[in-house]
Design a protein around this ligand. Structure first.
Ligand code: ADP
Length: 309
């Protein structure tokens, strides 16, 4: 059942919160080593799944394995090999990057002073913070703080690195720098990037899943999912007022403002006529096709038959 000895296997996981929200509904995923994107809108259940993997909460049902480690039953073993960069994390504003990283390294069990010095130096260089190491964290920009978070998460060479919505608050230049940092991480560990930003996944991830309302809608390699939509996405520039009628006749997957007008993408295996022109699909078309149910049934069926996309 587990294809990769060092990969992550998630089997039939359910989670309902006390207020009745079903945050995860029968979630199963196989995540190989390398960069994996978990893509979904706000409220989809991403953080719930990430927190479960990070042993911060338990599922109601289901199993999660990191290699041979049972994540629910062997929390300590997971924590020893886990790096977790949560959506929000606090830093001590008066500590310098160097001091705080050294402190976290002690907590991580790196007690030998010389080893700790080498480790923290390597991480500060890797995250491009070496020149800023003596500055207080309180003065760090959002992007610098995120990169510091990665340095902390990478202490102890984790086999599983979880990064939850890392680029949400970053400006474009910081975002590029941050994604470049992630892309340099080895292919030997599992890195999960949880995000609602399609471009993050398109630029970085070799495999991905789309989640919405607690359910996995699609599990695929981005390039293969895009290829599977070829010839099925069509576009038309129209006015907002025309949308309700168009919605009755076509399967609209997205409608975006473009210079004051509305660019509509529809899903259709056949040429829809009516002035629609073919689109070279991209990952955004995959995302919106999945969210509107055009992709979901196909991929679920393929999965049930044991055929991966
Ligand atoms: P995402 O990370 O994709 O935005 P979350 O996992 O944070 O999604 O949330 C999934 C759903 O569960 C949402 O409807 C959210 O409101 C709800 N939720 C999350 N945490 C809690 C909680 N502690 N108690 C009750 N409901 C929660």
């Amino acid at each position: 059942m587990r294809n990769h000895p060092l990969g992550l296997s998630i089997r039939k996981v359910f989670k309902q919160y006390a207020n009745g929200v079903q945050a995860l509904h029968n979630v199963s995923l196989d995540i190989p080593p390398g960069m994996f994107g978990l893509l979904g809108p706000n409220g989809a259940g991403k953080s719930t799944l990430m927190r479960t993997l990070a042993t911060l909460q338990e599922p109601d049902e289901g199993q999660l394995f990191l290699g041979d480690i049972d994540i629910v039953k062997q929390k300590e073993a997971v924590r020893q090999t886990l790096g977790y960069l949560p959506q929000e994390f606090g830093v001590y504003p008066k500590a310098s990057a160097e001091e705080l990283l050294d402190y976290f390294a002690v907590l991580k069990g790196i007690t030998n002073r010389a080893v700790r010095k080498d480790t923290t130096e390597a991480l500060l260089r890797q995250t491009n913070l070496w020149d800023k190491r003596r500055q207080k964290l309180g003065g760090f920009s959002g992007g610098m703080k995120q990169r510091f978070g990665v340095a902390v998460a990478l202490l102890g060479n984790p086999q599983l690195l979880i990064v939850d919505e890392p680029t949400a608050g970053l400006d474009p230049a910081e975002r590029v720098r941050f994604l470049n940092l992630l892309s340099e991480l080895g292919e030997s560990s599992v890195v999960i990037l949880s995000t609602h930003i399609v471009a993050d996944v398109a630029e970085l991830c070799t495999s991905m899943a789309i989640i919405d309302k607690g359910q996995i809608l699609l599990e695929a390699r981005p390039l293969e999912a895009v290829a599977a939509l070829k010839g099925r996405i069509w576009r038309k520039l129209t006015d907002k007022a025309a949308l309700p009628v168009m919605d009755q006749e076509h399967r609209i997957i997205s409608a975006k403002l473009l210079s004051g007008r509305t660019m509509v993408h529809v899903y259709s295996p056949d040429r829809p006529g009516n002035g629609f022109e073919p689109v070279n699909p991209d990952l955004e078309d995959v995302y919106f096709s999945a969210l509107t149910g055009c992709f979901g049934p196909v991929s679920q069926q393929l999965r049930a038959e044991g055929i991966a996309l």
